[in-house]
Design a protein around this ligand. Structure first.
Ligand SMILES: Nc1ncnc2c1ncn2[C@@H]1O[C@H](COP(=O)(O)OP(=O)(O)OP(=O)(O)O)[C@@H](O)[C@H]1O
Ligand SMILES: CC(=O)N[C@H]1[C@@H]2OC[C@@H](O2)[C@@H](O)[C@@H]1O[C@H](C)C(=O)O
Length: 403
């Protein structure tokens, strides 16, 4: 038997595995690296987060990704070059982290690499008659990560989800269910990344059938893009200071909400392809708010993100109130303007962060991919959201051997 395959079989039979989960999201802030010890699999999975770091992307890296990110038209040569380049960059970042933590690559069992999403194209967004399918594209090829780290790597998790009837996202429900469901309370796990999404976890032990996750609309992406357009050196509105100094403009908010995405059935996904500077400019034009101050625009965009979340929660629970226990994660959980807007839109919700449940909100998405890799190697497909469309029960991730 191939020695790497034998090692993978050996790992699958072990009581626990040490897995590095990687995520670099739509905010392009950097690569989240979560070194996880995962014991068991399936509903009995236990997590110990040994180390976590966000390795920031420098301006050169951000610029390279932005050459293709969410763009309709790109240079095919550039795209082809960027794919292995990002794989090698991520490998180098992992090796740097391991060195800083005093851990050798031989002491790590697996890498779970999400890659960099550069384009997300669910049917409802591309609306092309010539392609009757959902699609998504992540760069940072897994073979390059495996060869340059010497660690067996699982990558490209989203394609199986699409092949089996999903939109390729959100995948959060699979890991959230295994790590964070509780017999004592039903929960909403709200991730406030570039795009916002939530996972519903029923109050049940091991009952995956009602759990599901959905995107809700923009999280930080429009806020970040607007700040960057005014202050190219700023990545975001720190502590929501500018947004908190502004006032929500109801006319602009109504124009922004006048889009079929907000009424589309759950679960649904989206990305910066839709929620872009052009989308904001068009809504400003329709509502004659081109002259609105930066502060008022940001206040309105924070409200938009919160209304998106509230509407999706109403759609998920049409006949009863949404669960009150809401655990936030992602960078937006550090933005007081966004949190204040959420509390206005969801007055009955009790907000906390996932940190109180023992899972760092900053690390959660990277951890999720480590959990998916653990399931792919040692577990079975979990029947998340049974009966719901676009929530397939599949194992995800492609295997790359280092040699
Ligand atoms: N102190 C802060 N004040 C305001 N906003 C913040 C703060 N810290 C982080 N953020 C926001 O969080 C963003 C980064 O969030 P995160 O890392 O969760 O995004 P991501 O993982 O790229 O997104 P996605 O989940 O969509 O892939 C920043 O770009 C910024 O908008
Ligand atoms: C296509 C893609 O990369 N989607 C991301 C993005 O970032 C947040 C939201 O949009 C979510 O749908 C997803 O990531 C998380 C990790 C998920 O799949 O659950």
């Amino acid at each position: 038997m191939n020695a790497h395959l034998a090692r993978l079989c050996h790992l699958a039979a072990q009581p626990s595995r040490r897995i590095i989960g990687l995520m670099s999201g739509t905010s392009l802030d950097g690569l989240d690296v979560a070194l996880c010890r995962l014991t068991g699999h399936g509903p009995g999975t236990r997590l110990e987060l040994e180390q976590f770091r966000t390795v920031p992307y420098d301006e050169d890296t951000k610029g390279r990704i932005r050459q293709v990110f969410a763009r309709d038209t790109v240079s095919l040569e550039y795209l082809t070059l960027l794919n292995p380049w990002l794989g090698q960059l991520h490998a180098a970042m992992i090796l740097d982290c391991l060195q800083a933590w005093g851990i050798s690559p031989q002491e790590v069992d697996l890498i779970a690499s999400h890659g960099q999403t550069i384009y997300h194209a669910p049917r409802h967004q591309h609306q092309r008659a010539d392609f009757d399918l959902n699609a998504t594209l992540q760069l940072g090829d897994g073979d390059h990560v495996a060869v340059h780290t010497g660690i067996i790597t699982l990558s490209d998790f989203r394609q199986k989800h699409i092949a089996a009837g999903g939109e390729g996202a959100p995948l959060a429900a699979y890991g959230d269910f295994l790590l964070l469901s509780s017999p004592d309370e039903e929960r909403l796990l709200l991730n406030l990344g570039g795009i916002a999404n939530f996972t519903y976890l029923p109050r049940a032990d091991g009952d995956a059938t009602a759990a599901f996750s959905t995107d809700t609309g923009p999280g930080n992406t429009l806020l970040d893009a607007t700040v960057r357009a005014h202050f190219p050196d700023l990545a975001y509105d720190e502590d929501g200071r500018l947004a908190l100094a502004g006032r929500v403009h109801e006319g602009l908010l109504a124009a922004l909400l006048d889009h079929p995405f907000f009424a589309a059935p759950l679960p649904k996904t989206t990305g910066p392809e839709l929620f872009s500077a052009a989308y904001l400019a068009e809504a400003q034009q329709r509502s004659a708010t081109e002259a609105l101050s930066l502060e008022d625009i940001l206040a309105t965009l924070a409200e938009l993100s919160a209304v998106g979340v509230a509407r999706a929660m109403q759609a998920a629970f049409p006949d009863r109130p949404a669960p009150a226990a809401v655990y936030a994660s992602g960078g937006g959980a550090h933005n007081p303007a966004l949190l204040a807007a959420l509390q206005r839109q969801l007055p009955a919700a009790r907000f906390a962060t996932t940190d109180v449940l023992g899972v760092s909100g900053d690390a959660k998405e990277a951890i999720l991919f480590a959990v998916l890799a653990n399931e792919a190697v040692a577990g079975q497909p979990v029947a998340i959201g049974a009966g719901r469309q676009r929530v397939p029960a599949v194992g995800m991730g492609k295997v790359s051997f280092p040699g």
